[in-house]
Design a protein around this ligand. Structure first.
Ligand code: SF4
Length: 332
């Protein structure tokens, strides 16, 4: 039996029940696929439900103010995904009359829609025999075929895309979703559950006990390490925030006031004075860490109560501003 047939059979028996499945709605698939980038499906489900309840159509997303959109995205992180999603919706509404293009070639022209997302939408919604090659597919194929190609190399991704292009069969959307489910439930990055795998008797890595050797991800780049002193200045339920610069990491989002480096006690006192904060009582210091794609923040968090006076360049949180997790974790 072809491995794709075995995969489809397994999918029919074991597929995950996810709220965006079976809708036949390109907008729903787009939202789910963008959320699923960098976030596990189980974690996405409640965010997806809230998002679709608030913005059920591509027109609603296109018309949504950015601040409200980012608030809906709060907790998912990687906010550029939300902005790209809105830009995509705007183009669909403005240039396509609210109807999504139906082919990979056309979908890829939309902002923020790469080959994977285009393949997912085209195959799941419009039944185009298009592969959607993500990390799950690359991992499964590398193990299945004991392929040592570096999966971070776009040429390797292109090679697998071309390989699968001819094998999509008559249920391309289901085949892509079968790969997603197998990679998420069985062929796990660490500790694959080969005993449950429909591809076990065809899998080279399993035959040689070499599952851990694949996929080859090349040399891991070390992340930049940055020290930061963050001021968690509270007054009752509110806390002091300010806008980040329009460019760079977490651009345009809100942050807690902060300074580079780990400041000494004397420097903390001076920084609070410079900010214009009027402390009430002593401050405490706790440590928090946040890991981004390329950077790790080591945060020395200064927690204190203060009078709710006007602080230049800052505002007091009202409950509606989106606060990135890197900073919200400093408050608890
Ligand atoms: Fe992955 Fe194991 Fe299945 Fe091979 S047999 S595809 S390593 S889960």
């Amino acid at each position: 039996m072809e491995f794709t047939d075995a995969l489809i059979q397994w999918y029919d028996a074991h597929k995950r029940s996810l709220p965006w499945r079976g809708s036949g709605d390109a907008y729903a698939v787009l939202v789910s696929e963008i959320m699923l980038q960098q976030t596990r499906a189980a974690a996405v489900v409640p965010y997806y439900a809230r998002f679709m309840a608030e913005l059920p159509t591509v027109e609603a997303l296109a018309a949504c103010p950015e601040e409200r959109l980012l608030k809906l995205w709060e907790g998912l992180g990687y906010y550029s995904r939300a902005r790209n999603l809105k830009r995509c919706a705007e183009v669909v509404v403005r240039e396509h009359g609210g109807q999504f293009p139906r082919t990979v070639a056309e979908l890829k022209k939309l902002p923020g829609v790469g080959p994977y997302t285009a393949g997912a939408i085209a195959s799941i919604v419009f039944h185009e025999p298009a592969p959607a090659v993500d990390g799950n597919v690359l991992r499964v194929m590398a193990r299945l075929c004991e392929d040592g190609g570096n999966v971070t190399d776009p040429r390797v991704r292109d090679r697998w895309t071309a390989f699968l292009q001819d094998r999509m069969g008559d249920r391309p959307g289901d085949l892509n979703q079968a790969f997603m489910d197998l990679g998420s439930l069985v062929c796990l990055p660490k500790g694959p559950l080969c005993g449950d795998c429909p591809l076990q008797n065809q899998c080279g890595a399993f035959a040689h006990g070499a599952q851990g050797d694949y996929p080859n991800r090349g040399e891991k780049k070390t992340k930049r390490q940055e020290d930061l002193t963050v001021f968690a200045v509270k007054c009752g339920d509110s806390f002091l925030i300010r806008r980040r610069p329009p460019k760079g990491l977490l651009s345009g989002l809100y942050e807690l006031p902060n300074r580079p480096g780990h400041l000494s006690q004397a420097e903390i006192g001076q920084a609070l004075t410079d900010l214009g904060v009027r402390p009430v009582g002593a401050w405490e210091i706790v440590s928090r860490q946040h890991i981004f794609t390329h950077v790790v923040w080591h945060m020395q968090v200064v927690r204190l109560a203060a009078e709710q006076v006007e602080v230049p360049g800052c505002a007091w949180y009202t409950g509606s501003e989106p606060i990135p997790e890197a900073f919200s974790k400093c408050l608890t």
